[in-house]
Design a protein around this ligand. Structure first.
Ligand SMILES: [Zn+2]
Length: 129
């Protein structure tokens, strides 16, 4: 048994291994494959299997530079924006965008009509919160 573990460790040397993107790809892939039961046709199954096989490819890849760049892209453009969107405190704050620069702003709820000065571009506009 010790020999088997040693061989696995040898096989994984220099490979990228499991990271957050591979884990999320596997999770999304499996969710899509299971959800395909309710979706007519089998396009969703192919997409789900593609995501799972792409995750496996990433785990065993020796191209660490490229896998790290993919992980960075995923965290910057997918994971962090999604997390900040899902973690918004909508019960106590209202979220809205600046009309000129689209910067997301928040203000406490229940204050009525307020004048907002954008933190980013200094644009002044009115908003009901
Ligand atoms: Zn602005």
């Amino acid at each position: 048994m010790g020999n088997f573990r040693y061989k696995i460790a040898q096989f994984m040397t220099g490979r990228h291994g499991m990271d957050q993107l591979s884990r999320d790809l596997m999770a999304y892939g499996m969710i899509i494959v299971v959800a395909d039961i309710f979706i007519p046709g089998n396009v969703a199954t192919y997409i789900g299997y593609f995501l799972v096989f792409f995750a496996i490819y990433r785990i065993f890849s020796r191209n660490n530079t490229r896998m790290t760049a993919q992980l960075y892209w995923y965290k910057t453009y997918v994971d962090n924006p999604l997390r900040s969107f899902l973690n918004r405190d909508r019960k106590h704050y209202r979220y809205f965008k600046c009309p000129s620069c689209k910067q997301v702003q928040k203000a406490p709820r229940g204050r009525g009509r307020i004048r907002v000065t954008c933190h980013k571009c200094g644009n002044v506009f009115e908003k009901r919160v």
